[in-house]
Unconditional design. Structure first.
Length: 87
């Protein structure tokens, strides 16, 4: 894959959507996020269930970090901060 960010959804090491979100967040020998991709279907819907990404991190480790969505060229098109949801 020539662009590992293209059509990707990844947790990044940064903690702000306003500045540099940093690189992909993981604690494993290789980046597990490069295999996480989405694809658009003709009816503009897509689903995926049960996808497991082994990052070597706990849920607590990624709290406050950025979740980035990339377009087909790898450009960041959406950003959110991971947090504990309200009940």
């Amino acid at each position: 894959d020539t662009n590992p960010n293209a059509c990707g959804i990844h947790i990044h090491s940064g903690m702000s959507c306003l500045g540099d979100a940093g690189g992909h967040s993981f604690n494993t020998p290789s980046d597990p996020w490069t295999a996480v991709k989405y694809k658009s279907l003709p009816d503009r819907t897509s689903t995926e269930a049960g996808l497991v990404v082994t990052t070597g991190l706990t849920n607590y480790d990624v709290l406050g970090h950025t979740m980035i969505v990339h377009d087909s060229e790898g450009t960041r098109i959406a950003c959110g901060i991971l947090n504990i949801g309200s009940p």
